[in-house]
Design a protein around this ligand. Structure first.
Ligand SMILES: [Cu+2]
Length: 116
């Protein structure tokens, strides 16, 4: 398989935090960003969008599930999930939204992890 050497996923793809925590996104390789997806974060939480390759801090303010993507690689399934306070009240939003196929697969895999 060919690779351009770029890592195209978030590590870890699923992160548990507490409200008040700050999550730092760092780019290790290639060109990426981090942005929350509309409708995939708890009500009242702020949307975020980082610049490409930027080290970016997100403050987690509300309990619940946060779905986010790398905009350039959303199609390739570069997505991730943060769960604050083990609160899964809006978990369904991850898989009920209309995602590109690869992204849907990753959100499905993470949802399965959280519900088993
Ligand atoms: Cu990316």
């Amino acid at each position: 398989m060919w690779s351009d050497g770029g890592i195209k996923y978030f590590m870890p793809e699923l992160l548990h935090v507490k409200t008040g925590d700050t999550v730092r996104f760092r780019n290790l390789s290639g060109h990426h960003n981090s942005e929350s997806l509309e409708g995939l974060i708890p009500e009242g939480a702020s949307h975020w969008i980082s610049a490409l390759d930027e080290t970016y801090d997100v403050q987690i303010t509300h309990p619940g599930v946060y779905g986010y993507i790398c905009a350039p690689h959303y199609e390739k399934g570069m997505v991730g999930v943060i769960v604050a306070d083990q609160d899964l009240h809006n978990l369904e939003s991850l898989t009920s939204a209309d995602h590109p196929k690869e992204a849907q697969k990753i959100f499905g895999r993470i949802t399965a992890k959280l519900t088993k």
